[in-house]
Design a protein around this ligand. Sequence first.
Ligand code: CTP
Length: 406
Amino acid sequence: MLKDKRILLVIGGGIAAYKSLDLIRRLRERGAKLRVVLTKAGHEFVTPLSVSAIAGEQVFTDLFDTRSEFDVGHIRLARDTDIVVVAPATADLMAKIAGGHADDLASTVLLATDKPILLAPAMNPRMWDNKATQRNATQLGADGLRFVGPNEGEMAESGEGGVGRMAEPLEIVAAIEGLFAKPAASRPLAGKHVLVTSGPTHEPIDPVRYIANRSSGKQGHAIAAAALSAGADVTLISGPVHLPDPAGARMIKVETAREMLQAVEKSLPADVAIFAAAVADWSVAKPAAQKTKKDKSGAPQFSLVENPDILATIARRNAERPGLVIGFAAETENVIEHAKEKLRRKGCDWIVANDVSPQTGVMGGDRNAIHLVTGKGVESWPQQTKTQVAQALMARIATALAGAPR
Ligand code: CTP
C-alpha cells in the first residue's frame, strides 16, 4: 500500500528519535519514497549522517540551506509529498504547529504543506498531561491533523510511567497506511455487520417511574453513523434517547438492560460489536404493577437485582462471538487502570475509556477524550468531537479487520 508513496518525515528532538530510524527502515521496506527533515533539537539525538544512511537520501536540516533551497526549496518540500509524518512530535513542535510558527525548516514545511499531517507525540507524561499541551493537541485535532499515540509505558527516564511514549514504528506504519487507505477505500467496512449499543437503559420502578443515568447516546449514535459511512451494515440497539435514528441503520429500541441483551443476542452474528450503552447495573426486583402512591407507611422500599452484563456475556460466548468486541469504560478516576482491569474482567478485545467526571463535560457534551486500551497497550487520543472519535475508531477497526496487529 505504501509502494511509491511520498512521505516527508520530520524528526523532532526527543529520545524517541532513535525509533524513527527504525520507522524509516520499515517505510523503505514497504517501498515508500522518503524525505527527512531533522530539527535542530533532533540533531541532539540522531545525526544527519545516520538518518541519511538509513533513508538513502540527503537529510534536510536548515531553512536557509542554499543547497536544499536550490535543489528543492521548503515550499516544494512541503508540497511534493503525499503525507507529512512528525515522529517524534515533541511538546515544543506541537506548540509551534498549533501556533502557526515558521522559524525553522520543520515548522515552515508544516505550515506550508497542503497534505495530511500525522503526529506521533513523544514526551514525558507530565508534559503530555500539561494543560498547554492538551490545549495544543485539541487545537491540532480540530485543525484536521491526525495522531498516533502517545502510548502508555515505561519512559526513557527510569521510574517514570504514564502516557507519553511514542507509538511503535509498526503502529505508525499502520496509521500511515490507514490514512492512505481512506480515499482509496472510502467504504472499508463494506460487507461487515457492525452491532452497536447506545444510550442509557430505563429500569422500571412502577409504570411511571424508572432508574436511569445521564447518558445521552451521542457517542454510540455517532459510532453507528460512522460505521454506516464506512460502508458497514449496522444494527443500532438503543435505550431511550432524544436523538434521530442514523439513516440506514437497523434500529432496535429497547428500555431495559434485559431487553437490550435479548436484542443483541437476536442480532448476532456480527463482525464487530461495540457496547457504547450506559447499561444500568441494577434493576428493581419486583416493579410495582400500579403507580406507587404516597401513604402513611413512609417512603417505599424496593430491592435491586444485578442486571446481566451484556458486554461480558457476548465477549465470553463460544458460539457466534463477534470477531472484535469493544466495550466502553466510563470512569471518574484512575481511568486507564480501571479500563485495563475491565478489559480483563469482561473478556473483550478493546476498551474505549473516558473520564466522565462532571468537570470534563463528556456526559451529554459533544466532545470526548478517550484512551483506547487494547491487548497491546494504551493509546490516548486528544480531545475531539464525538463524531471524530467515532470516525477514528472506525479507521482503527478497519485496520484491525484488515489484519494489522490489534
Ligand atoms: N455493560 C454492559 N452491561 C452491563 C453493564 C455494562 O454491557 N450490565 C457494558 C457497557 O456498555 C460498557 C462496559 O460494559 O461497554 C462498561 O460499563 P461500566 O458501566 O463502565 O462498567 P461496569 O461494568 O458497570 O463496572 P463498574 O461499575 O465497576 O465501573
